[in-house]
Design a protein around this ligand. Structure first.
Ligand SMILES: Nc1ncnc2c1ncn2[C@@H]1O[C@H](COP(=O)(O)OP(=O)(O)OP(=O)(O)O)[C@@H](O)[C@H]1O
Length: 300
């Protein structure tokens, strides 16, 4: 069995405010294996976004452990934490692009922060934008891009420092069904062609059906159930899973963003993409990073 990429143990996050306390995470246990495409689903308020923020230590958990490839993150601060964070690529619902920077400038940003020399940044950015099918948009500002294009820029940016884990928080929730398909297909390519572990947080069950191998169902700050997608969705054991399936209309892919193909776990989507991304040559297993162990493995 592959080693764990991410191990979350007994994670608790309590928010204390003027209006009282909220326990957003109430003892979350989760193991994502290296090389998995793993889904986390749950209703609004279940704690999904808080989990993302805690995994990346953007939010300090109240108690509990988060291990990334064996490294305990909760004990780290400052430069040591920043180094480990580069192992995680982040993709958000609302893209979080800098509006004052072009697509190329946005993709370059994490490399600039990591101190990669300028000529190498230029080469890497070209390569990444080409890989996500946006070579011709390098000079465009976010305001000049469609939602799907913005998300593809955000994915290119997330890949810039060659993360081992891509953490996607509702990556298609702001997009229409056809554009969602394009973005999901790109995430599947990230997994398949680059070998990156993907953790997909979503409330859209059809995304999980189409792309994930295993899924965890979150409810009220806990993992209600976890297992292979067909087992969890086909023979749900937890009441929370049954509720989610019922709310989604239960049938295969019949919920909100209908139109996303349910091609089976980890399988490519069945329908052709409306706005196909640029294919890599078939033999290419990884972005052709110059100097294999070298400049792109920044700060590890
Ligand atoms: N900064 C905060 N301060 C206080 N309470 C918070 C904070 N962030 C989240 N919460 C609370 O924690 C709980 C979990 O919220 P969270 O946003 O993680 O859920 P979610 O599953 O991502 O929901 P959604 O799908 O609607 O985004 C909610 O009750 C929310 O109100």
């Amino acid at each position: 069995m592959p080693e764990p990429m991410l191990e979350v143990r007994n994670l608790v996050k309590v928010f204390r405010g003027r209006r009282g306390t909220t326990t957003a995470l109430d003892g979350v246990d989760l193991v994502v294996r290296r090389g998995e495409f793993f889904g986390v689903v749950g209703p609004s308020g279940a704690g999904k976004s808080t989990l993302v923020r805690c995994i990346t230590l953007l939010e300090r958990p109240t108690t509990g452990s988060i291990r990334l490839g064996g490294v305990e993150l909760t004990r780290l601060r400052g430069a040591a934490l920043r180094r480990q964070r580069r192992r995680i690529g982040l993709v958000f619902q609302h893209f979080h692009l800098l509006w004052s920077r072009t697509a190329a400038g946005n993709v370059a940003l994490p490399l600039e922060i990591a101190g990669v020399p300028r000529d190498r940044i230029r080469h890497r950015v070209e390569e990444l934008l080409d890989w996500v099918g946006l070579a011709d948009k390098a000079g465009a500002y976010p305001a000049q891009l469609s939602g799907g294009q913005k998300q593809r820029v955000a994915i290119a940016r997330a890949l810039a420092t060659e993360p081992e884990l891509l953490l996607c928080d509702e990556p298609t929730s702001a997009l229409d069904a056809a554009t969602s398909r394009t973005v999901l297909e790109l995430l599947q390519r990230v997994h398949r062609e680059l070998g990156i572990t993907v953790l997909l947080i979503t409330h859209q069950l059809e995304l999980v059906r189409a792309a994930c191998q295993r899924v965890a169902v979150m409810d009220a700050g806990r993992i209600a159930e976890c297992g292979p997608v067909d087992a969890v969705f086909g023979r749900p054991q937890a009441e929370a899973t049954r509720r989610l399936l019922a709310a989604a209309g239960d049938g295969a892919g019949s919920d909100a963003a209908a139109g996303i193909a349910t091609a089976g776990q980890g399988a490519p989507l069945a329908q052709p993409l409306p706005d196909a991304v640029h294919p890599l040559p078939a033999a290419s297993g990884r972005l052709p990073a110059p100097g294999v162990a070298g400049p792109w493995r920044v700060g590890r």
